[in-house]
Design a protein around this ligand. Structure first.
Ligand SMILES: Cc1cc2nc3c(=O)[nH]c(=O)nc-3n(C[C@H](O)[C@H](O)[C@H](O)COP(=O)(O)OP(=O)(O)OC[C@H]3O[C@@H](n4cnc5c(N)ncnc54)[C@H](O)[C@@H]3O)c2cc1C
Length: 395
């Protein structure tokens, strides 16, 4: 077998890279993780993760879980808020600097932080990686280097992809009335930005606040965020608000996705995972779960010495569901008010949505149930059939 410095080099110590490194190390491979930032590093993120994602690992995350909301609230301007209880607290909130460091430490691999990867070159039997001042070799390389992946650029993958945008800040939760309002409640504020939402998530002694747009847009997100937080009584003076691109999943238009091969995310010896592979949910902006899943699929492909089926596995496990999420987003964000009234105000559809949020159902699994729930709700609750729609929908 070819002698290389490492069996695999993982570029990026986020959840995608850490999950891949963990599985490869468990299988006994020599793994190096190269990370451009000094660890622990801040990552702009709401930090919401379904418990089911963490249950895949044979260790507990208690020490890095900041909170687990007991309620989710949806709001829309001039319509009543909708609350949904989460009695079994299926989603947990983390600070990404703590969470990512915790995961990479459990991988138990060598990590070079403060060491950007600037170039990747691939030959038949190995990959050369320029990391900081050094050039090293490995049999395989995993590009887990996030939304602006330099690995993808080096390999000529993911060309011409569009990005959404976001802003996020962590605000100390010192005010008693804010603690009462948001201390254990996750807020999704709809109808404020055209292709996304604002959020307020509890993280123990902090709130994560932010705004995400899942399609490119010229809207001044910063002034929208400041205006809305002002309205909610959340003070942002002196708080760092950070921006970050959102590499949302882009499927070919339905029904072309059924015949067109999925997007190329690997070469003979290199493979992209997580945000580097564009695996952010285009409806919700969720990405940690998909980064972890794709990291594990990449590790499995490397262990089988065969990367050629990776795209197909990604499509079956993640892509198909996210393509459905893209369809849903296309309708929901284009007709937000109608969607809020039909979907969010309907307890049955919102229950389905929460099941997706918690990782129990995929979007395509929920699609039919959502449609049935909406139609059933319209029939049973709506006075449309008796000629007075105003009586049904809150105004
Ligand atoms: C504002 C915002 C809010 C979000 N909220 C949520 C949420 O609540 N729940 C959720 O599930 N998802 C959320 N997401 C998405 C989630 O943050 C990402 O999908 C997730 O971090 C992807 O993980 P990753 O490991 O692929 O990449 P990342 O976490 O981005 O990690 C990539 C790593 O690679 C490193 N790197 C980059 N370039 C190089 C280089 N050249 N050399 C070496 N290292 C490099 C980076 O420093 C970084 O540490 C949010 C995203 C944003 C922007």
């Amino acid at each position: 077998m070819t002698r290389t410095d490492w069996d695999a080099i993982v570029v990026g110590a986020g959840p995608g890279g850490a999950a891949a490194a963990y599985d490869l190390r468990q299988a006994g491979l020599r793994i190096l993780v190269v990370e451009q930032a000094r660890l622990p590093r801040y990552k702009a993120c709401g930090g919401a993760i379904p418990k089911t994602t963490l249950e895949q690992f044979p260790f507990r995350f208690d020490s890095v879980i900041r909170s687990a909301p007991t309620e989710v609230r949806f709001t829309f301007p001039n319509l009543p808020p909708m609350d949904m209880a989460l009695p079994d607290q299926p989603v947990v909130m983390v600070m990404r600097d703590e969470f990512d460091l915790f995961l990479i430490r459990h991988a138990d691999v060598e990590v070079w932080d403060d060491c950007p990867v600037t170039e990747v070159r691939e030959a038949d039997d190995r990959v050369w990686v320029t990391a900081g001042e050094r050039t090293i070799t490995a049999r395989y390389l995993i590009g887990a280097d996030g939304a602006t992946s330099s690995v993808a650029r080096s390999l000529g993958l993911r060309r011409g992809r569009r990005f959404g945008g976001s802003l996020e800040a962590e605000v100390p939760l010192t005010d008693a009335s804010l603690r009462a309002e948001y201390g254990s409640r996750a807020l999704f504020s709809l109808g404020i930005v055209p292709w996304g939402y604002l959020w307020v998530f509890p993280k123990g002694d902090f709130l994560s606040i932010g705004v995400g747009q899942f399609r490119p847009n010229r809207l001044d997100l910063r002034s929208v965020l400041h205006h809305e937080m002002d309205r909610l009584g959340i003070e942002l003076d002196g708080i760092a608000v950070r921006g970050h691109p959102l590499p949302c999943y882009q499927a070919p238009p339905w029904p072309v996705w059924r015949i067109q091969p999925p997007e190329k995310l690997s070469t003979r010896r290199c493979i992209l995972v997580g945000d580097a592979a564009g695996l952010v949910d285009p409806f919700l902006g969720e990405g940690i779960r998909h980064a972890i899943t794709s990291g594990r699929l990449a590790a499995s492909a490397i262990l089988q010495d065969n990367l050629s089926d990776y795209e197909l596995h990604i499509w079956r496990t993640i892509g198909h569901s996210l393509a459905t999420a893209g369809l849903l987003a296309g309708f929901f964000y284009r007709f937000q008010k109608l969607s809020y009234r039909l979907g969010v105000c309907n307890p049955a559809t919102i229950r389905q949505f929460v099941q997706v949020l918690t990782g129990r159902f995929s979007y395509q699994g929920s699609g039919r149930r959502l449609l049935t729930a909406t139609i059933a709700w319209l029939f049973t609750r709506s006075k449309i059939w008796r000629g007075s729609p105003e009586a049904v929908w809150p105004s």
